[in-house]
Design a protein around this ligand. Structure first.
Ligand SMILES: [Zn+2]
Length: 397
């Protein structure tokens, strides 16, 4: 610009014709460049796909595939033979156990704990099938009790006798379902509290028999919260509306889990395993306090792996500190879902999905747990508390 102006000054001293050309040149600087800019912009805009800024994509449909390119690992079996302490096989008396064992072998699952033993005759049928198939080392059954008959005059005597019988035919623990504290009612229709004193002799009896008590109390706290944009389980409650509860239906979440903590504290000679990390997988500091406070308490990780996968650093610190208190569990038995657990626990993969978006709309990160922690989680802690497991099965593996 400055050079053109200088040239013009020189020209002004020349002929009139030149003066006219100079005026034109100076105008081109004032108008031509902005004009060129406008024309170029218009042509670029014509090439772009217009964005509809009024468009809304709902939360359910917005799930773009990740463009992140990072190393991926897909372990199809666990790096150590493991015990799944939380499994359900409802028809084990008729089940093809050879097929089950083949599936377990493919995952490196050494022992499965079927929590749905049901007790009495039903358990006998299951144990017969296990023994006949020769898998008593690989398949463990926990028994169950019928708490709804608490008003029957012989409830306590019959239940204690059932536990003795179940132990005599091979049961190795007791599973208490979430119906206890939620839907179990007495004859008058009152909710039977988890810490109902009439049940105390049963928890004590489990301790005497060496039965660990695996207990599922309440449900994720989000089920008690308003079904709105602040609810992390919004999609689950939409897809499974029956899981939604009012704030006191049948009691608050805090009340129900508090009742469970009460029996853990009062029955120090009984080992309890709180299912689903006691519903504190999203608050590991709180869970740590609970474990500090209650030495006879263990937890298992069934159905909450996505919670661990969204906090790999905090979860690692938790496992470092509480490595003697956590067991491997899965809950629903679906062989194709186990590799996601292995990936979270064993790899350092980044930003990968959980298989149920209604449990976790977020992506997960591998914990890359050290071998000594993995060994405890996968089997060493189970060997400590589940009676009759043959440690010899792990030798040389
Ligand atoms: Zn379960």
């Amino acid at each position: 610009m400055r050079a053109t102006a200088r040239r013009c000054k020189e020209l002004v001293n020349g002929a009139g014709e030149r003066r006219w050309l100079c005026t034109l040149a100076s105008m081109s600087h004032k108008f031509f460049l902005p004009l060129l800019f406008i024309l170029t912009s218009l042509s670029l805009m014509a090439q772009r796909t217009p964005i509809d800024t009024s468009l809304h994509i709902d939360f359910e449909s917005y799930d773009p595939p990740s463009s992140l390119v990072v190393p991926e690992h897909h372990p199809m079996s666990a790096s150590f033979p493991f015990v799944d302490v939380h499994s359900h096989h409802w028809r084990m008396e008729k089940q093809d156990l050879h097929k089950l064992i083949r599936e377990m072998d493919s995952l490196n699952m050494q022992v499965v704990v079927n929590l749905s033993g049901r007790g009495g005759k039903a358990l006998k049928g299951m144990m017969d099938n296990i023994n006949k198939s020769g898998y008593q080392d690989r398949i463990v059954c926990f028994t169950n009790i019928n708490i709804r008959s608490i008003d029957d005059p012989d409830f306590l005597e019959a239940t204690l006798a059932q536990l003795d019988y179940d132990a005599s035919i091979g049961a190795r623990g007791l599973k208490i379902y979430k119906s206890q504290g939620m839907t179990n009612t007495d004859k008058a229709g009152n909710r039977i509290r988890i810490n109902d004193p009439r049940l105390d002799p049963i928890w004590a009896k489990a301790g005497e028999l060496g039965f660990p008590v695996l207990i599922h109390s309440a449900d994720p706290p989000a089920f008690w919260q308003p079904h709105d944009a602040n609810n992390e389980r919004w999609l689950e409650l939409k897809l499974r509306p029956g899981r939604k509860r009012g704030p006191d239906n049948p009691a608050s979440w805090e009340t129900i889990i508090g009742e469970a903590h009460d029996i853990f504290r009062r029955h120090k000679n009984t080992t309890f395993i709180a299912a689903h990390m006691a519903w504190y997988p999203n608050n590991l500091e709180k869970l740590g306090e609970l474990l500090d406070d209650i030495p006879n308490l263990y937890v298992e990780i069934g159905a909450v792996i996505a919670e661990l996968g969204r906090q790999p650093r905090a979860a690692n610190r938790f496992f470092a500190k509480y490595q003697d208190r956590v067991l491997f569990g899965k809950d629903s038995y679906k062989p194709e879902e186990y590799p996601t657990y292995f990936r979270v626990l064993e790899t350092d993969d980044e930003y990968f999905p959980y298989y149920k978006r209604y449990h976790a709309f977020w992506k997960m990160y591998g914990l890359d747990l050290p071998d000594e922690v993995l060994e405890k989680l996968y089997y060493k802690n189970a060997l400590k508390i589940i009676p009759g497991l043959d440690a010899g099965m792990w030798e040389g593996k």
